[in-house]
Write a protein of this length. Structure first.
Length: 226
């Protein structure tokens, strides 16, 4: 699920983008909207989006002004505008894509497919880096969700915080012996000590974590196969 922020000074254009995304792209979650540079920066800092649909010309500046004021750009950008002459400048800012208004479903599909591929590739790089820092995923005990961040806990009682939602790591970690027991928790199965009748797993370090109702049967089946 990709989290997107829409920044456009036209309420009608924001509404159109919201409707198109809501009706055609179930893998895209709109986390917020903004109408200009100032509100855009504030929402980027607050909401930590993975992708921004960014208007170029706005009442209090343009999209390029906004990006120049962001110290660390850790999101992808799709520019939208009514004017073709901004295309080269958008390319220089390494935009993921450049769409002309009115935006169509086909335009968004192409742009979102690019975004999904790049975000997933970035996540693989991040996880690879994390693996190098931790030596191996075998050293990871569990992951815990913290809003748009993920906390990794290790056997050495270390904690690493990564600026992506836990869902982004679930698909990657499941191939390394991890299982999502709850919306907020992924555990290393080899580090699970027991599973009690109250619906909690007890890890080898005595940490107790809840198992969601819909995950209980899956977890029991997994233990039975081990």
């Amino acid at each position: 699920m990709i989290q997107i922020l829409i920044i456009d000074d036209s309420k009608n254009h924001r509404l159109r983008a919201t409707e198109l995304i809501g009706n055609h792209f179930p893998n895209i979650t709109i986390v917020g909207e903004a109408e200009g540079v100032e509100s855009g920066i504030a929402n980027i800092e607050k909401l930590k989006p993975e992708l921004i649909l960014l208007d170029i010309q706005m009442a209090d500046g343009d999209g390029f002004d906004l990006l120049k004021r962001i110290a660390i750009i850790n999101f992808k950008v799709i520019f939208i505008t009514a004017y073709e002459e901004y295309a080269m400048k958008a390319i220089k800012f390494s935009a993921l894509d450049y769409l002309l208004k009115p935006v169509t479903v086909e335009d968004l599909k192409i742009a979102f497919d690019k975004a999904e591929n790049q975000i997933f590739n970035d996540l693989k790089v991040q996880l690879s880096t994390l693996q190098l820092n931790l030596n191996s995923t075998k050293n990871i005990i569990r992951c815990e969700s913290a809003s748009n961040y993920t906390m990794f806990f290790t056997k050495k009682s270390e904690k690493y915080v990564v600026s992506n939602s836990m869902k982004e790591y679930e698909d990657i970690l499941e191939d390394h012996g991890f299982f999502r027991i709850h919306k907020s928790h992924i555990v290393n199965i080899s580090y699970v000590n027991s599973f009690d009748k109250e619906g909690y797993v007890i890890l080898k370090d005595k940490t107790s974590l809840p198992v969601s109702r819909r995950k209980k049967s899956e977890l029991m089946e997994l233990f039975a196969r081990l």
